[in-house]
Design a protein around this ligand. Sequence first.
Ligand code: SF4
Length: 368
Amino acid sequence: MTLAKKLDSLTAPGVLYEKLDDNALRCVACAHRCLIREGKRGICKVRFNAKGELRVPFGYVAALQVDPIEKKPLYHFLSGENALSFGMLGCDLHCDYCQNWFTSQALRDPASERAGQLVREVSAAQLISLAKEADAKIIASTYNEPLISIEWAVEIFKEAKKAGLKTVFISNGNATPEALAYLRPHLDGYKIDLKSMQDKNYRKLGGVLQDILDTIEKAHELGLWVEIVTLVVPGFNDSNAELWDAARFIAEISPNIPWHVTAYHRDYKMMDNHNTPVETLLRAADIGREAGLNHVYAGNVRGLAEEYESTRCSGCSRPLITRRGFTIQNDQITDEGCCPHCGEIIAGEWTDKPKSVNLNKQGIPKLV
Ligand code: SF4
């Protein structure tokens, strides 16, 4: 069976779309807002029009893992806890440097045809049982773009909420107000990629800069816990001017939004650019701090950017959570989420039992 046939069989009627004349429809799950005529697919290829009804991915996962929440990366959201992380197939963008291209470019890149072997049928209730067994406090829709399978994520998140779990999206942020409103009752945290501050760069990846900026603003306004990630790619988005633009944009929304600047390594179709030097990441992180952001982190350089791996108090600057990679070495945040030294409230959502955080555990992802 072809991958397309297999994925088409694992679908359900969608919610986020409008019916149009002549059995056409408009999907509003992501900012592409595809007009899809009968028998055709959207840009993501996994949502399609069957006789005037939108069919959307449902009832499967293509990756399932227990990850430290630090790996997402979310550093201010139940830091030290584990997230049952599920991924699907497909994406609405086509980044040349995608590190998950084998699954994200399914149905778009023939080299991803074998990704069908990863597909496992599963119910929302089964996923929640697995999370409980693994003592994961969070369910994360991650690895590929969750917006394109948003109805399935909401089905899982409803079960997660009933079981007392938190829910997060690890997303490119190419959302719509309709998608955010649909998600909001079921979602707690939203990690958004801010891949560039130049629209021409976003166009190369298949998106529009303003759509991502709007999602960041809207998600924060809706009260979701938001953290931003910029993969710093030499020659693509690493100029001082661009990094300043990104940092200022985030700081204007809130200086308490964490900004992760992370290291790129050669992957997929972008093989000519250099891997990101640590000095470049430190320069980006310094810019973030100078722009007024309280929480800036340098990622993918375990142990080489120590100052930017730890969470510092936004009041007195003392280190409160020290990390090395995904490992928590020390956690001093109080039960009330405050600095024990000056009493400052540290922005984010913290475990109410910080003493129970398992220090110095390896922080190694585990396949489920
Ligand atoms: S999720 Fe985005 S790309 Fe996919 S069909 Fe809907 S609007 Fe188009």
